[in-house]
Design a binder for this molecule. Structure first.
Ligand code: ZN
Length: 502
């Protein structure tokens, strides 16, 4: 249609965003239901409904009317507010992406995703990489091709990275990871030569109903308003958000592990605070929600590690934890607990890695993805390369592909270029913390009293309230200036040197 005025076009823009928000809300609730409380056998019907709704969303996003609307608004960009311009920019990105991929390839890829997920699950359970390899090959080929559609002027892997973290590229990441490797690998070697921390008391029997009590307490300390933030249980912990007054986190309880759920609640709680802290104005628009994976992880890891694994936080929460588990923790004090939750050691599984070694796990995946997309590493050679890099970075032998290159669901889900955001998020935090302390003084005095209001208030002001309005690189720069991984490596060096008396 032809628009008679900018106002008329803006009305269409607002209506489109509200419609998309409504469909995404419904889909999100269905996904969350399926991952938490829905009976196992209900998956087929839900899959059918979600398929139909995804089709409607695809049609709505790619309609010719949207193309006209975008063109009109781009021609009248100078009459739009900065928020409206950003909405148009975000909508354009999604529109172009869907249009650039030929419909037949899009369908073929969706089918491949569905099959790959099942094949990967079976391959992982049976330690059978060979059965997954042909699927991974196709996924890599598709992603390389998509990268060319997204941005033909970029190196394919750069184009993929840019999908997850706008502005990110291999040049930045190569330097970033080299800096991390230079600091963390020797530090880990020293840690391993030092007397080891006893964390065996964390693996006693911790009844699940008592762990639920702990989750409730932690949500209270984090300042998560239960009126707007729910908690449920799922296979893998995650956070999902529908608007800034409806956020859900999940956790998973292991009866013989106290900290798995404890720190998943603090981590997902950090994601939730980000979503809850967004300005109301962004609700039901395409700017609602956190701006990127990297910034999101910077918030979750800020709460998980910089706060949750700090001495001050442990001092604040340990009395309550001991009250909930009096038998298990009767011979433990806050200092022992602090040391135990910070124990570092090389391990095989990324999601269970400690704060010090976590980035090394990510680095392995980065190196492999980069080579697969460049075509310099054949998929059949992935297990050998994986094992070689684990030996080189973490100093350990990988006994099986199930505990090696088959452990993550990302590649089978088509996500190539996603992993680096995890390491970036970890590295953004310490630089934010330094800025925060410049503004507020020592925030850990409040943290030691179980009061996180200053910390969250600062993050809300600087990061959360902007939702997706400011691009991730610009947002980080506006808060911290130029990104420098040195803040992260300095933080780790100081923390682990003290912890292990190096
Ligand atoms: Zn996370």
């Amino acid at each position: 249609m032809k628009y008679e005025s900018v106002n008329q076009a803006l009305e269409a823009l607002a209506k489109h965003q509200a419609t998309m928000a409504a469909y995404n809300h419904a889909l999100g609730v269905m996904f969350h239901d399926g991952s938490t409380v829905a009976p196992k056998g209900s998956w087929e019907g839900r899959g059918q409904t979600m398929g139909v709704m995804s089709g409607i969303i695809y049609d709505l996003e790619t309609s010719p009317e949207n193309g006209e609307l975008l063109t009109y608004l781009e021609e009248h960009a100078e009459e739009l507010t900065p928020v409206q311009r950003r909405q148009v920019e975000v909508m354009r990105k999604g529109y172009d992406q869907m249009h650039k991929i030929p419909a037949n390839e899009y369908v073929e890829y969706s089918v491949l995703m569905n099959d790959a997920q099942n094949v990967w699950e079976k391959a992982k359970n049976e330690n059978d990489f060979a059965s997954f390899a042909p699927y991974l090959e196709k996924i890599v080929d598709f992603n390389r091709k998509f990268a060319g559609y997204y941005n033909p002027s970029m190196e394919p892997y750069d184009a993929l990275l840019n999908e997850y973290e706008e502005g990110m590229n291999m040049k930045t990441l190569d330097a970033f990871f080299a800096q991390l490797r230079g600091a963390i690998v020797p530090l880990l070697e020293k840690v391993m030569q030092a007397p080891q921390i006893d964390d065996s008391f964390l693996n006693q029997h911790y009844p699940i109903d008592k762990q639920r009590e702990l989750s409730d307490y932690l949500m209270e300390v984090l300042g998560l308003d239960r009126n707007y933030c729910g908690i449920a249980e799922s296979e893998h912990p995650y956070t999902t958000n529908f608007n800034n007054k409806d956020v859900r986190i999940t956790t998973h309880y292991h009866e013989s592990n106290l900290t798995y759920s404890m720190y998943s609640v603090v981590h997902e709680g950090g994601h939730a605070l980000y979503e809850l802290g967004a300005d109301d104005a962004y609700n039901f628009t395409n700017l609602s929600g956190g701006v990127s994976m990297g910034i999101h992880e910077s918030q979750s890891r800020f709460y998980e590690n910089l706060i949750g694994r700090s001495e001050a936080f442990i001092r604040a929460v340990f009395p309550k934890i001991q009250e909930i588990f009096p038998e298990q923790l009767k011979n433990v004090d806050a200092e022992m607990f602090y040391k135990a939750v910070n124990k570092a050691q090389p391990s095989l599984i990324r999601t269970e890695a400690d704060e010090l070694t976590y980035a090394l796990h990510v680095m392995v995946r980065y190196e492999i993805e980069k080579q697969m997309i460049a075509g310099t590493l054949a998929v059949v050679d992935v297990p050998a390369e994986w094992n070689r890099l684990y030996k080189e970075y973490l100093g350990i032998d990988v006994p099986s592909d199930s505990e090696g290159c088959l452990q993550d669901s990302h590649w089978s889900g088509g996500s190539i270029g996603y992993f680096p955001s995890y390491a970036l998020g970890s590295a953004y935090g310490p630089q934010m913390l330094m800025k925060m302390q410049e503004d507020l003084g020592d925030v850990y005095e409040d943290v030691a009293n179980g009061d996180l209001s200053k910390v969250t208030g600062w993050l809300k002001e600087k990061i959360h309230r902007h939702a997706s309005f400011i691009k991730p690189d610009a947002l980080f720069k506006s808060v911290c200036g130029e990104f420098d991984a040195k803040y992260f490596t300095d933080y780790l060096t100081e923390k682990y040197t003290k912890l292990y008396n190096l």
